[in-house]
Design a protein around this ligand. Structure first.
Ligand SMILES: Nc1ncnc2c1ncn2[C@@H]1O[C@H](COP(=O)(O)OP(=O)(O)OP(=O)(O)O)[C@@H](O)[C@H]1O
Length: 341
């Protein structure tokens, strides 16, 4: 659906060059919700703006439905842009127009009749739950309502792709959850492919199927959200994940644990169906070892279970070693080393 092939974007600032995007290759499949996460300045906005040609690549190509968008004529580019909706952190609504006027705005540039425009606006107002606000002006709305108008406006031309530029960053947690639910509905009901950028891992965790992590213009890790969350490779990814799920207790608790004579700690990770099985108790019973769950959680991620437990084992050293070896054939087990604490 959207394919970045070795895309780079360099800005010239006088004599200085800023390499905003460096040799990025990514594929976003039709119907996916694909999230790009990174700290400020990582290159996320530039990458997003390359999709609707608000920026042109310095090298490489961006393909949409197998067409290199850089090769489009101005007329075809205008048509293509109607196929790509976009929403923004600061909503970008026209304050001089009513809610209905904002939603109708992209349709004014098409040949659709006035009657059809009114029908479409009514339908979109219903979809985003703002039928009673048609005649209000943006400054009479809350942030969440403004973003709903932004979403309705982005959907006006029935696009195949929706680009979301930090769409929930200006909203409180409850409103963020509402808007994310609405985006999921947009994706499910209309099959619209969503490409979003964010610096918040909970946005990725809540609605994305795939994720790419950016740093210094490069994609440093990408894949399925479940796989990335359960087995992050890069330290930047690990930092983002720790912002939404604490996988270690505080240093204070760990120090107390060690001071109290607590033994070695192991992180045991259960993924998917295996989280339903009593693996830990079966194996420790077999080897005559006791276990103590010191910390951890079992949570749902992308409709699969994911357990991350900190466990200590009590028993003869050889028996513990045998239990750990057998456990390691079924789930991931690693010792928690001192400097992690
Ligand atoms: N038009 C421009 N001219 C010059 N430099 C630019 C331009 N746009 C972006 N940059 C630079 O490119 C780099 C990447 O910026 P970009 O906005 O894509 O990052 P980002 O990850 O979206 O950050 P943020 O979350 O802060 O918006 C930054 O160093 C930025 O200063």
């Amino acid at each position: 659906m959207i394919e970045f092939k070795n895309v780079s974007k360099t800005f010239s600032l006088g004599k200085r060059e800023v390499h905003a995007v460096k040799d990025v290759s990514l594929s976003v499949e039709k119907g996916e919700i694909f999230g790009i996460i990174g700290f400020s300045g990582a290159g996320k906005s530039t990458l997003l703006r390359l999709v609707n040609m608000l920026e042109r690549p310095s090298s490489g190509s961006v393909f949409i439905q197998d067409i290199d968008v850089n090769t489009l004529s101005p007329k075809d580019l205008r048509t293509q842009r109607r196929n790509i909706g976009m929403i923004f952190q600061n909503f970008n609504l026209l304050n001089s127009r009513t809610v209905a006027g904002n939603i109708a705005y992209p349709l004014k540039l098409t040949s659709i009749s006035k009657q059809e425009v009114n029908r479409r606006v009514k339908e979109l107002l219903e979809f985003v739950g703002l039928s009673d606000k048609a005649k209000d002006y943006p400054d009479q709305l809350s942030g969440g309502q403004k973003q709903r108008v932004g979403i309705a406006r982005a959907l006006a031309t029935s696009p195949d792709i929706l680009l979301c530029d930090e769409a929930t960053s200006a909203l409180d947690p409850d409103t963020t959850a509402d808007i994310l639910r609405l985006l999921k509905k947009v994706n499910r009901d209309f099959g619209i492919t969503i490409l979003l950028i964010t610096h918040e891992m909970h946005v990725i965790q809540t609605i994305c199927d795939k994720v790419a992590v950016m740093e210094n213009g490069e994609v440093i890790e990408s894949g399925d959200v479940f796989d990335t969350f359960t087995n992050p490779q890069h330290s930047v990814t690990q930092r983002f994940i720790r912002s939404v799920q604490q996988d270690l207790p505080s240093t204070h608790i760990l120090k107390e644990w060690r001071a109290g004579g607590g033994g070695k700690l192991y992180r045991v990770i259960f993924k998917g169906a295996v989280a339903n099985d009593p693996v830990l108790s079966m194996i420790t019973r077999k080897h005559n070892v006791d276990f103590n769950i010191v910390y951890g959680s079992v949570r749902e991620l992308q409709e699969k279970l994911f357990g991350n437990l900190l466990v200590s084992f009590i028993g003869e050293p050889i028996a513990i070693q045998n239990a750990l070896t057998e456990l390691g054939t079924i789930v991931a087990v690693e010792e928690v080393v001192e400097n992690e604490c």
